[in-house]
Design a protein around this ligand. Structure first.
Ligand SMILES: Nc1ncnc2c1ncn2[C@@H]1O[C@H](COP(=O)(O)OP(=O)(O)O)[C@@H](O)[C@H]1O
Ligand SMILES: [Mg+2]
Length: 220
């Protein structure tokens, strides 16, 4: 890959090949890492494609570098090449909760922790933008981390926070419908993690989420 210092990167395997990105695991200067490379989209105009790639990578890099000093549970940004469209992130030793919801059980406490983590992100002023169960990781110690910040907002508004909860709600009811009441547990954790002085308050985000949820219900 252009600009990649191969003497630093020791690749082991492809862990994800999506429409937008290819993610490979390996070692970066000996640190367990992943290389996330944005893929070229054939159907888009090359210049538009390059612009979109650059903007998603730079947003993700910016958010990750602001989350790090706050000890937020997300990968660390290790290296980045905006022009070539790739970044190296520290590897999270876990699996997406999508898989753990399907293969094993996820406890009430863990779902509350997901809500807690989302509220922490929102209190830092960021929305996630793509909060699916593939972008929430759980590790062997049942610790929750978030990934994939390419659609995040740095100065998020109430609607963006509400949308985060709605995206997760839709995922939970579409792919994990046997986990009855999962979103309520997430909401309970979201509420418990709230700092009263920070606006928008957890209550106002939850109430916006309920508005969005009802809007969607009546339309659909
Ligand atoms: N830092 C990381 N540590 C471990 N796994 C990761 C990491 N980053 C990505 N992955 C894995 O690769 C998948 C896709 O990465 P993601 O950043 O979500 O890209 P995309 O934009 O294609 O969804 C994730 O769902 C996760 O399984
Ligand atoms: Mg993703």
């Amino acid at each position: 890959m252009a600009g990649l210092h191969f003497q630093y990167w020791n690749e082991s395997e492809i862990i994800h090949e999506g429409a937008e990105a290819r993610v490979t695991s390996g070692l970066w200067l000996g640190i367990p890492a992943v290389l996330k490379a944005r893929r070229k989209r054939g159907y888009r105009h090359p210049q538009l494609d390059a612009r979109l790639t650059k903007s998603r990578i730079s947003v993700e890099a910016k958010i990750l570098s602001r989350l790090q000093p706050n000890n937020f549970p997300s990968p660390r940004l290790l290296e980045l090449d905006l022009e070539a469209g790739w970044m190296v992130l520290s590897r999270i030793n876990g699996i997406p909760i999508y898989e753990s919801l399907i293969n094993e059980s996820v406890s009430e406490k863990e779902l509350e922790m997901v809500g807690h983590t989302i509220r922490n992100l929102h209190e830092l002023g960021f929305s996630h933008g793509d909060l699916t169960t593939h972008n929430i990781m759980i590790d062997a110690n049942r610790k929750i981390s978030l990934l994939d910040f390419g659609l995040s907002r740095i100065s998020a508004e109430l609607e963006h926070f509400g949308q985060d909860l709605q995206v997760l709600n839709e995922c939970l009811s579409a792919s994990h419908s046997d986990f009855d009441g999962a979103i309520e547990m997430v909401i309970s954790g979201y509420r418990k993690a709230s700092t009263p002085t920070i606006t928008p308050s957890a209550e106002s985000v939850i109430s916006r989420f309920n508005d969005i949820r009802n809007r969607v219900r009546y339309l659909g």
